[in-house]
Ligand binder design. Structure first.
Ligand code: F6P
Length: 486
């Protein structure tokens, strides 16, 4: 098998360099060892007149990393536009933040088609394509249009919301229909998978049997593959990191005070405003916690050119400054707020230093910070994870303290409970959570998906013998005036 993995963001993975984005960081160690070719954006653009689309092809572990300069004319409409101002808000149930122009969709499809053409360079008879995430919902369909017959799988790292919500995205039907060109579609949770299949059933009027959809593309299986981490490796990194200068300086600065930690991209899905409000409330309700616990919030800037992100940056910064102004002292800062990224090697040590990990997104596909926080703990004296019930990770990590991120008082009380939890309970909860992490590692996720993908491509002649019920509904008329976006 010749595996080709595709994602918008890729990682070169120097353990000492900051990494943005859970997907790229999670994939790196497994892709490196798999011998796969990992294809993604170089982060730069070009005018498209060059024959060679690849900016660079370099060795990565036993495989290779190939990056493309995406077409300049379409990059904005694709990345800031359709992917991150239409799909991302909808996938995270923030339809109020959808901003989209007709050109954005055309650019999104252009970039998907451009990537498909570029991938042909690596195509071999035994190729297996694995496409990652919402940037490339239509890439499988573009590959099929180019005559690719090998297995093509897709994994969605974000949630897939209820049908009425995804229905707010222009062209959503066309996109769901295009997704059926994939042989296997993986989701983080049962709920995401069911929501997707409900769209297929009700919007496309197609039958679904045991997670399998039959369409004009053939057969598509939808299934759940919760992504994991390498907990043993992370634990080793964390134990080593306590001597890292950044980590030991933090430890010294605490003077015996307790620490809570949050690590997120600065994104409205992460619930940062409510988290800061919960700490504010906690210090107000329990003044004894003033000067005895502080919050280290790392919020790595992301997608700053999009209006919603600019606004969020100002809102969180304003709120943090207000809380620090009210609860702070000349020699004590309640919230240490940092807008930069850290390497995994340092993050592991920061997690281990904190008695509480606060992972309270309003919506999240999985959230690997939750898993990393747990893996980084000292088994003899572990910290406590406070986890939003709306993160995919909550399905597995039910021994964490689960919270509703919209309930500020509830979160304030739960964080205080975590801070005072006795050692025996902390150990019990930590062991139960670690057992889950060990049972669902990133290696297993990768292997399970690739195995299922190899099994999922079925004989095309089967389609002819499949009987699909004639629809009793009126056909849907697309509102794009029949134009093929090219
Ligand atoms: O949640 C899906 C995901 O791909 C994350 O892995 C990543 O944090 C984000 O979306 C993409 O972020 P960016 O736009 O910075 O690449």
């Amino acid at each position: 098998m010749n595996l080709i993995v595709v994602s918008n963001r890729v990682s070169r993975g120097k353990v000492n360099e900051p990494m943005t984005g859970g997907l790229a960081a999670a994939l790196l160690p497994v892709v490196e060892k798999s011998g796969a070719i990992w294809v993604g954006s170089s982060g730069r653009v070009r005018d498209g007149s060059q024959k060679e689309p690849f900016a660079e092809i370099e060795a990565l572990g036993t495989g290779a990393l190939a990056t493309l300069d995406l077409p300049a004319a379409h990059y904005g409409g694709y990345y800031e536009g359709f992917a991150n101002s239409a799909l991302w808000p909808a996938l995270h149930s923030r339809t109020d933040l959808i901003r989209v122009s007709p050109d954005d969709y055309a650019s999104y499809r252009e970039v998907n088609a451009f990537m498909a053409r570029a991938l042909l360079r690596f195509e071999k008879p035994d190729s297996v394509f694995w496409i990652q995430d919402y940037h490339f919902l239509a890439l499988g369909a573009e590959l099929r249009d180019l005559g690719v017959t090998q297995p093509i799988g897709f994994f969605l790292h974000t949630p897939w919301p209820a049908r009425g919500i995804i229905g707010c995205v222009p062209h959503h039907r066309e996109l769901v229909e295009a997704m059926l060109a994939y042989d296997l579609i993986g989701f983080q949770t049962e709920e995401d998978c069911e929501n997707f299949l409900a769209c297929v059933r009700l919007d496309l009027d197609l039958a679904v049997h045991d997670g399998v959809v039959i369409s004009s593309h053939g057969k598509t299986r939808a299934a759940v593959f919760p992504i994991g981490i390498d907990p043993e490796n992370f634990a080793r990194q964390a134990a080593k990191a306590v001597t890292h200068p950044d980590v030991s300086r933090l430890r010294r600065s605490l003077n015996g005070e307790k620490l809570a930690i949050g690590v997120d991209r600065l994104d409205y899905s992460k619930g940062l405003v409510n988290r800061v409000k919960a700490f504010d409330r906690m210090w107000t309700l329990q003044p004894s916690l003033v000067r005895t616990v502080s919050l280290l919030q790392i919020a790595t800037p992301s997608r700053g050119t999009i209006e919603a992100y600019g606004k969020l940056q100002s809102e969180v910064a304003g709120l943090v400054s207000d809380v620090n102004g009210r609860h702070g002292e000349a020699d004590w800062t309640p919230i240490r707020y940092l807008n930069k990224g850290y390497s995994q090697a340092v993050l592991a040590g920061l997690y281990r230093t904190a008695q509480v990990g606060v992972v309270t997104p309003l919506q999240d596909g999985m959230n690997l910070v939750a898993k990393e926080y747990v893996a980084a703990q000292n088994a003899a004296d572990p910290g406590v994870l406070v986890l939003s019930k709306f993160a995919g990770a909550a399905n597995e990590l039910d021994a964490a303290l689960l919270v509703n991120p919209h309930d500020i008082d509830g979160m304030a009380r739960t964080i205080a409970t975590a801070l005072s939890m006795p050692l025996t309970e902390r150990r019990m909860r930590w062991e139960a959570t670690m057992a889950k992490l060990r049972g669902g590692t990133i290696r297993r996720w990768f292997a399970d998906f690739v195995d299922a993908l190899q099994d999922s491509r079925f004989d095309k002649t089967e389609i002819a013998t499949m009987v699909t019920e004639p629809s009793s509904r009126w056909p849907h008329r697309s509102a794009n005036f029949g134009a093929r976006v090219s």
